[in-house]
Design a protein around this ligand. Structure first.
Ligand code: GDP
Ligand code: MG
Length: 356
């Protein structure tokens, strides 16, 4: 699952990316998209680590992209932005990072610190990129639909849909607002429209403004979360060892860093939940889509386990924590044997029985 950090120049994307991934900050002016695997914070793993004392603990992860900042103020910048935007079509979640901090030595895009105006400009450019795609598709379909081929009926239906999407964009509405059925969604899935994707917004204020709220104007329904992160602070926090981090956070009176909250938010917006596997070798969280069944979960761990699936021996993390041991769970009848169609719940601890 891919999450892309996008935004205008100097909004704090690379600093946030570095805080999340512990990679070096991508230098300003870089034209390449950086990629990092980011662990998803999960306190349950800490607890399980104490309990099972495994050799290894493995977090669920998401794939995070640091996209060079867009500059729509001149032709050269627009062309570069267009090329980058095109590469975002396979991404699952767009995170718009918006600057709200003043910093005299870091020039502000268009000489403004104005989150609402920046957000509006980004929305407009994403809409324009989708409009280009819709228009090209309509031109192609309009030629094709006259040919009496096997796919003619399907092409007619798609043309009708694309025209509807075009009107939505012309009314400055995202494609997500115009797609009404799963069949429609399926028909345009491969095109990767940007304004069909879930979005989240990160506002990056100065440290002094970290609890202030910022006006963004009209926000799409597809925006699944708006979060304020003082990116510089998170970056500094990420440089510290665990002990100093805890002290630093206690000083600030915060329980969980904004960066951690943000990763959890992305995970949930992506529709992911975690099931857990435990043992003396490894304690691990595995991402699956909400609604996934035990057989899918087995396949995540190993294709052999899926192939030879017999049963999923399963109990809830919360039950283990509450009762204190697997033995107590057994006595209380809280260990279940589930079949392949069992819908996996977040926090299920699963031991797969299989035979190959
Ligand atoms: N004061 C302040 N400066 C920041 C903050 N976030 C980023 N910066 C600075 O803004 C500049 C641009 O940040 P960068 O992450 O490279 O932005 P990008 O162009 O969006 O990748 C750097 O000099 C950062 O140190 C912040 O929260 N507060
Ligand atoms: Mg950058």
């Amino acid at each position: 699952m891919k999450v892309a950090l996008i935004g205008l120049l100097q909004s704090g994307k690379s600093t946030l990316f570095s805080a999340l991934s512990s990679k070096e900050i991508t230098p300003a002016g870089s034209a390449v998209i950086e990629e990092a695997i980011v662990p998803v914070p999960d306190e349950r793993l800490n607890w399980l680590e104490q309990y099972y004392k495994p050799k290894k603990t493995t977090h669920a992860t998401i794939d995070c992209l640091d996209v060079p900042g867009f500059n729509f103020t001149d032709e050269h910048g627009r062309a570069a932005a267009r090329r980058l935007i095109h590469k975002l079509r396979t991404v699952d979640l767009l995170v718009l990072v918006i600057r709200a901090f003043e910093k005299p030595d870091v020039p502000a895009y268009r000489n403004r610190i104005n989150p609402a105006a920046d957000f509006e400009e980004l929305k407009t450019e994403l809409l324009l990129a989708d409009l280009e795609l819709v228009t090209a598709r309509i031109e192609k379909l309009q030629k094709q639909v006259h040919k009496p081929t096997k796919t003619q009926a399907h092409e007619k239906a798609e043309l009708e849909l694309q025209l509807k999407l075009q009107s939505a964009i012309e009314a400055e509405k995202p494609i997500s607002s115009a797609v009404e059925t799963d069949a429609e969604r399926e028909m345009i899935k491969s095109l990767g429209f940007l304004t069909l994707k879930p979005m989240a917004v990160v506002i990056n204020p100065a440290e002094a403004d970290k609890d202030k709220s910022f006006e963004l104007g009209s926000v799409y329904e597809s925006v699944q979360g708006v979060i304020s992160i003082c990116v510089e602070l998170e970056y500094e926090l990420a440089q510290l060892d665990a002990k100093s981090q805890a002290e630093f956070m206690a000083d600030l009176g915060i329980k969980e860093s904004a960066a951690k909250k943000f990763v959890k938010m992305c995970y949930s917006v992506l529709g992911l939940i975690s099931f857990l596997t435990v043992g003396s070798d490894e304690v691990r969280a595995w991402p699956v889509s909400k609604g996934a069944v035990a057989l899918n979960a087995a396949g995540k761990v190993h294709s052999d386990i899926k192939r030879g699936f017999i049963r999923a021996e399963s109990f809830a993390f919360d039950d283990l924590k509450e009762l204190g041991s697997e033995k107590e769970l057994k006595a209380a009848g809280r260990i279940r044997l589930e079949g392949k169609d069992y819908v996996v719940q977040d926090g299920d601890i699963i031991n797969f029985r299989f035979n190959v």
